[in-house]
Design a protein. Sequence first.
Length: 342
Amino acid sequence: MLRQLISVALAALVVVAAAEYAETVEGYKFITSGPRVSASKAEYEVATHKTAVELLKMRLGEEELLSLLEPDPTGAEPIWHELFANSTPSSWMLAGDNMQAAASIPNATLSHDELKTALIQFKERIGEDSLMAMLKPDIVAADVIWHEVIANSTPGSWVPAYGRAVCLLPNVTALGFAMWSASPLEDAVNNAANAEHYGKRTVEIAPGVLTSEILEGWGGVTTLFTVPNYTTPPNRTMYPFLDENPKFPYQGAGDKVLRDGTGAVFGVLHIAIRDVDGADYGETGSGIEISAAVWYGDGAGDDFLEAERQHMVIEIVNVALQAQKDIESGVFVVPSFGSKSK
């Protein structure tokens, strides 16, 4: 089922080593890697916008969904109906020769920024609780998929999906980003960090034990889960398969656990952060490198892993940009103790 859901655009793709992709986003240099299809963040995002719009339209209906959007303040004719031009109920991601076809959907008359604005407005106006209730059928379907992956995986055999980015941001250090990520400000950007982010709220999983309940999708596999035991540093006795990443001083890892009542662990999240010197990348200044990995059972096909890779690159760049804004503006103040990692 997992393969059928997200492999349409990937059927003829040959797996190759991931290449680095350098681009400037909002005036800052980023060098990303991980996905086997190398592209810009915006190209990845347009594909995820398509998946998210189709999902919300299917559950809410086109007219009601469009009613959530603010009218153009200039009085111009609304163009939001273009969201549904050439609509096909499936998921999309960038894939080899199909990259341009996937990236051009929805209709090219809508810009990347307009699509992003529409998705943010949709999700804000529906609200997290309503989104989680509305997407219940998709959550149940994803639970079935994950139990199939677990059943079809070799016990103890894990395969990683990687998303990495060197982020040359003048106000962000590895320590600063790690501390910002642990603050409510990181949760506040969740909606905008990725089109397939639908909610993140605090729940009590045991008496007095709180954790984040997260609803997000990867190529249309819309999953409700928690990461109840995320620890820094990682518990390497529990997770011997994790990369060592010796040059990354700030690391954490934890289980991704389904919220279907089974307690099933369907993945393991591993985040690593370090400081970098811009000179090592032909740039002035400094910044950070963020390495994200999600490990799944080997029953998860590489088509799904590619959706995860692209998802992580989008999210890393977006949250790093927000950290830069919050630290530069003084909204978040990094304590002055410590020094940059080497």
